[in-house]
Design a protein around this ligand. Structure first.
Ligand SMILES: Cc1ncc(COP(=O)(O)O)c(C=O)c1O
Length: 382
């Protein structure tokens, strides 16, 4: 057996797989990985059935189903009063994760710096490392995970190739504000940094707050890969279909990597989405749907010793367990799963080096009421 020098020596199996496996082993209620435990909408299922019964079984176009891209161009052009070109600016991908990976491979060269805001989704940093880039972190801290832009300014230099944002934010449920966007724009003025805006939770925003998309601002959009996921919006995370919207020059580089990464993605699923996209009511109700779930989950645990942090979007609720245990969050989550029968995700794993002793866990509330009730019953007595 030849010696293998790992390209990702510090990376093991993702915590999501670890916790889901542990949850299955202990028959725990799984509030760890972010996926709904209820079925998708009937309209989408019917569209999928129709696509399967139709002629949508061979390779789709490399850039994605033409009708789907047209529908997306119409959706966002209307929503943000911008012009988006379906042919030159939209590429359909195998979920948000592939879009993120592909965008990073397309532009990051060895020794380029990529600025990440931790805690962050765990696919960003390995993708940067595989491209030979170097991650630079700005740590956002509880309870509000606010960004101090004066500190960010110090981290941006000529070496900064890409800055990655995620709003609504996993795991914290925080949102970028209008002021954040303005501050970012002022920092960008004298740099060549590109942006990647991960907006997979664009339709899940609570309490009448606003989602600020990078598509809505010409200046930001001109240097951004903006990434979305149908999985989050249509309750079908397993279908793995997403898309990247970027200006022509960036899209052209993106597609060079995309065509040799997956070439094209599921043809029947793309056809199904193309046939439901002009029913906006399917996603307009998403915020209130998940806001009700967030409120219900929090109300079930109102008398528990968990302290809930603000949650303005996504389907994740972060909670402090400092009144319950002094274990590290990883140990606490393992104990919670094995002994109490509820799986959650430790928030420290979303930071670099897992070394932030934040004593926080993330619960996914994209679950049926009965699932949330069962979890709450087990958590209440703690
Ligand atoms: C912040 C964030 N970005 C991207 C993704 C990936 O989306 P997809 O499942 O479409 O690959 C997720 C999924 O959990 C996520 O939370």
């Amino acid at each position: 057996m030849p010696n293998i020098s790992s390209k990702l020596p510090d990376i093991g199996t993702t915590i999501f797989s670890v916790m889901s496996k542990l949850a299955a082993q202990h028959q725990a209620v799984n509030l760890s990985q972010g996926f709904p435990d209820f079925p998708p909408k009937k309209k989408l299922m019917e569209a999928a059935e129709e696509a399967l019964n139709g002629n949508h079984h061979q390779y789709a176009l490399m850039v994605g189903n033409a009708k789907l891209r047209e529908q997306l161009a119409t959706k966002y052009s209307k929503k943000y009063t911008v012009q988006i070109d379906a042919e030159k600016e939209i590429t359909i991908t195998a979920g948000g994760t592939q879009a993120i990976f592909t965008a990073i491979q397309a532009v990051v060269k060895p020794n380029d710096e990529v600025l990440l805001f931790a805690p962050c989704y765990d696919s960003y940093s390995p993708a940067v490392t595989l491209a030979g880039g170097k991650c630079v972190y700005y740590n956002m801290l509880p309870p509000n995970f606010k960004i101090d832009w004066n500190e960010v300014r110090k981290l941006v230099s000529d070496k900064t190739k890409l800055i990655i944002f995620n709003s609504p934010h996993n795991p914290t449920g925080s949102l970028l504000s209008a002021d954040d966007m303005a501050q970012l724009k002022s920092i960008l003025q004298h740099t060549n940094a590109l942006l990647l805006s991960d907006e997979v939770y664009e339709h899940i925003v609570f309490d009448n707050e606003k989602h600020y998309s990078f598509l809505a601002d010409e200046e930001l959009r001109s240097r951004s890969f903006v990434i979305f996921s149908f999985g989050k919006t249509y309750h079908v995370t397993g279908w793995k279909i997403g898309y990247c919207i970027a200006p022509e020059k960036l899209t052209s580089e993106f597609r060079k990597a995309h065509q040799f990464n997956v070439f094209s993605v599921s043809s029947f699923a793309q056809e199904a989405f193309a046939n439901v996209l002009d029913f906006p009511e399917m996603y307009h109700s998403l915020s209130s749907f998940y806001e009700t779930k967030r409120n219900y989950f929090r109300s079930l645990l109102a008398d528990s010793s968990f302290e809930f942090l603000p949650c303005k979007g996504t389907y994740f609720q972060v909670a402090s367990y400092k009144n319950i245990s002094s274990k590290s969050d990883i140990e606490f989550c393992k104990w919670l799963t094995a002994e109490k029968g509820v799986a959650a995700i430790p928030v420290s794993v979303f930071y670099a080096e897992n070394n932030n002793n934040v004593n926080l866990v993330r619960f996914c509330f994209a679950k049926q009421e009965s699932t949330l009730e069962c979890a709450a019953e087990r958590l209440k007595g703690l």
